[in-house]
Every structure is written in structure tokens, then in C-alpha cells.
Design a protein around this ligand. Sequence first.
Ligand SMILES: [Fe+2]
Length: 309
Amino acid sequence: MKALAFTSTVHNRWKQALSELRLSAEGRVDASFLLRAKEIAQCIMGDVADFSDELNHGEGYVVLTHTPLDASLNITEAAMPVQCISAAVLLGVTQALGFAPYGFKQEKNGALVHPVRPLPGKENSTSSNGRVEFTFPSDGAYLPRDIWPQTLSLLCLIDQSRTATRLAPLNSMMLYLDHAAVHTLQQPVFKHIPPETFDIDGHVATFGPILESVGERLEIRVALHSCISEIAQAQAALDQLENAAQKAAVMHTWRPGAMLIFNNALCLHGRGPISSIRWLQRCYGTKNMRPGTVVDLCRPLKKDLPANR
Ligand SMILES: [Fe+2]
């Protein structure tokens, strides 16, 4: 893990620079917003080589604190509008670290910035809009490798609930997995089921492995709450993996303006139940597409779609 706390001087300079940015009338992010947010974040952060290295080759997560926030936050707003300055921080830092923010047409209509906040009627869903405990997904585990999120960026607007995000780095989890389980988890016998937040049929669930050798390292891809296997040995390996995630997990507590970026192939994540007001903003990151790409899961992937969100 690598951490960076911005000083008040840098925080204020960043906020001042971002004050020029505006969301569209519909509250969305366009291409010029994305580009300017990136330029400003690069200027503020300077050399990010150590942080990129940690994300790509280390335990896989980076923590930034004291980033700028919008002056006011309407916490009773059911529509959960994107917050302009914090969205620019989220999208700018993600790009400065080498990842392009993107979205899916079937998830929140292609929005790049997602509210992670309990939603009326969704309280009992194990999703970014639920209140119940949510243990250890890697987001988009059922998606093809070239379009699944390589990073997740989360930025805290408010957390009166004091609900930490749990991160389980794969290299720590490996200490709790035996050789047979590691072998089984590399077999394509696991059924990955799409989450509720995607507006697609459950029948597009895919079969695949959970651990994959990519180059010199192992990567992990599983949402433990929505992955099953009908093979007893595979189910036992899944149980061992969940136990390993629980043991390896580190707690990331939130303060407004804190940001967490993690590699979705090197860390599982989760959280406990949410008892009060908690609102994070999230974006996905990838190196496979241009910033602002909106992937339509009902069509073959067209790379480099124009940025219009
Ligand atoms: Fe998630």
C-alpha cells in the first residue's frame, strides 16, 4: 500500500483549479471535463511512478487523503447527483495513475461516476446500493477480460456510518490457501453471476476460473457472493478462499475527501453493514479503452468509442 496526504496548501490550490469545471445540464461528465480533470491532477500529483508501481505490481492499492470536496452536499437528495469537484478528483487521479475511466450502458445508463450509497428499496441487496454486509467481490467478475474493470476508484463524500471498506490483497490471501485449493481455483468450473446493478439477464452468467496466471503473476477474479460451483471440490476451494479473504482483509476507514484506488485483479473488497449516512463516489478504470468509453454489453466491443459521458 502507498499513501499520500495532501497538505492544506495543495488541497486549496487543487480546489481553486477545479472551480473552472462544470458538469453538463444533466449532471454528466463530458470529454473536456475528463481531460481537464486529468491535466489538473497530473499537475497536482507530479511524479506518480511509485503509486503506479504499487497499483500494478505491489499489493495493489493506494490511499490519498485530504482531496478537495464540493462546498455543499445535499445528503437527502434521492437522485444522488454527481458532485462536481469530487468527481473531477476521482476521474483526474484515476487518469493520472494511468487508467481510463469508463462505464457500461447497462449500469446506471453509462455514467462514469457512480454513487455508492444505500438506495430506498435496495437496502437488502448485496450491491453498491444496499445496506447489508457485502463481502468480497471483484467488480465485473463475469465480464470478458478486455472489458472488466482493472481498477476501482472510491472517494468518500460522507461516512456517518463509519463503515470501513475491507480490502483483501491476493498476495496476503495466498498465505491461507493450500496447494490443492490454488490448483482448483485455476480451473474453469466456477459460475460467475452478474450483479443486480447491471440491467442484463442472469442467464449471461459465465463459467471460468477464479485464479489466472497472467505473465509472471496470479490474478483473482470472483464475486464471492455470486459465484458457485456444482463440484464439491471446487465449492470447498471457494469456502477456503472466503476464509482467506476474511483473514487477509485490512480495514480502510473513511473520512470525507479520502480516496482509495485498487487493482481489481489483485484485491478483493467488501464492507460491513451500513447503519447511517454513507456516500462514496466510484469510477472504473482500464488501460484497454479511451477515457469516457461507454461499453454496450449487448453489442460486440468497439474499442475507442468517442468520449461523450
Ligand atoms: Fe464493488
